[in-house]
Write a protein that binds this ligand. Structure first.
Ligand code: UGA
Length: 391
């Protein structure tokens, strides 16, 4: 019997189907600069996936196998997109996906710091255990695995291989600096790093065509969730602040908000991924940072910019305040943090010709507008929701 996920849940008006589950697996990696005919996106229904899939549809004429548990964020009616509602652990799923796709994007993870110290084993499984079989299958079948890792593998701050502090996190030269084991914040980074090492080993010893991407704080519409509306818990900072603004609550600055992040617009991130797909000869066997070093700001600055963008669109709304809270109170024991995260950009610039341009202040107004459009009506009359961890 064919597994249930073999039957597409919905195929959005395919123009033509050049791929087939029955097609014999290719024995070789895609030829340099050839156009792929079928691409799988694992985690297609998440924040990044919901931007990547339309990007792939617009840029290529490939069939897309879009795999996820839910597709609420993915636009309906996309041509050549075959939605497969399934979990990676469903028997036979990875086998079937890797039998027919020439390129496999792996996007699935529990990418949320509030979970790293509260559900560490699930975080490790989602970022490592569940993905090892995928890496093996891609190696056996010579499928090009484009894996989304994380800037979090660099850890607390940029460190040169010599052990000296450095300005930027560099794919080729940085040491990876995670905190002690009882700081469970680093479970995610450690799991992601180990998977990178597995991918690297399959690539360099067993012929896996791979590219590892380390996204640096990609933001945009459809990020995470709004607590109490379409999710529970603490989302990443952009959604956490948007929730506070929509609910008229204080914006919480963890440990004062002095920690810094470099923010990248999701459309520019997707452009970077598309450039990788178009350059297999340059990009296979490589690890890339995709981030924007010009948008390195403190979390306090992000909060101020979001408040301004929100106020510009809702001048009559009461303007919430910023409030400091300790990390232990906000996230619980075992949390730790990256203090500064600035990507080295040389490699993406030279191999991809990629140079993101959007400044943070340009990115925020459309993001605020999107959150208002999707959530404002649903939050009208919402009772004040206690921020988790707040007194
Ligand atoms: C997370 C993931 O762990 C990374 O793997 C991922 O690459 C990254 O997001 C990303 O978005 O690309 P992090 O930047 O620490 O890493 O996650 P956020 O939840 O967005 O937090 C950013 C900073 O804001 C942290 O210092 C956090 O303590 C702070 N924060 C968060 C607040 O001050 N207030 C809040 O309400 C939420």
């Amino acid at each position: 019997m064919r597994p249930k996920f073999s039957v597409p849940v919905s195929t959005d008006k395919p123009r033509r189907d050049r791929g087939s589950a029955a097609r014999a697996p290719a024995k070789v990696m895609p030829l340099p600069n050839s156009r792929p005919s079928r691409i799988a996106v694992l985690g297609a229904g998440g924040f990044i996936g919901s931007h990547l899939v339309p990007g792939l549809v617009a840029a290529l004429d490939a069939q897309i196998d879009a795999v996820d548990l839910t597709f609420d964020k993915l636009a309906p009616g996309l041509p050549r997109v075959n939605r497969i509602q399934a979990s990676l652990s469903d028997p036979g799923l990875l086998d079937e996906i890797t039998a027919r796709a020439e390129i496999v994007f792996s996007l699935t993870a529990l990418c949320n710091p509030a979970l790293y110290n509260t559900r560490p084993l699930e975080v490790i499984d989602a970022s490592y255990t569940d993905l090892v079989p995928l890496v093996r299958l891609c190696a056996e079948r010579r499928r090009w695995l484009i894996h989304l890792s994380t800037c979090e593998v660099y850890g607390l701050f940029a460190l040169a291989a010599s052990g000296r502090p450095a300005q930027r996190m560099d794919e080729e030269r940085s040491a990876l600096c995670l905190g002690p084991i009882h700081r469970e914040r680093w479970t995610y980074a450690a799991a992601k790093q180990l998977l990178e090492r597995v991918i690297w080993a399959y690539g360099h010893h067993h012929g896996l065509p791979f590219t590892v991407v380390r996204p640096f704080n990609v933001i945009g519409p459809r990020m995470d969730f709004i607590p109490g509306v379409d999710g529970e818990g603490i989302p990443r900072v952009l959604a956490a602040f948007m929730h506070a603004l929509l609910a008229g609550q204080d914006l919480i600055l963890v440990d004062g908000g002095r920690q810094r992040r470099s923010f990248l617009a999701v459309d520019e991130f997707v452009d970077g991924l598309l450039r990788i797909v178009e350059r297999p000869d340059r990009c296979q066997g490589q690890i890339f940072n995709l981030g924007n070093d010009r948008n390195d700001v403190s979390i306090r600055t992000l909060a101020g910019s979001l408040l301004s963008a929100f106020h510009a669109q809702r001048p009559a709304a009461p303007l919430p305040r910023m409030r400091t809270q300790s990390a232990a109170a906000f996230y619980g024991a075992g949390y730790d943090d990256s203090r500064v995260r600035i990507p080295a950009m040389t490699k993406a610039r030279s191999l991809l010709g990629w140079r993101p341009r959007m400044a943070l202040d340009e990115m925020l107004p459309p993001i605020v507008a999107d959150y208002l459009e999707r959530y404002e009506a649903r939050m009208t009359g919402e009772p004040r929701i206690a921020v988790p961890g707040s007194p």
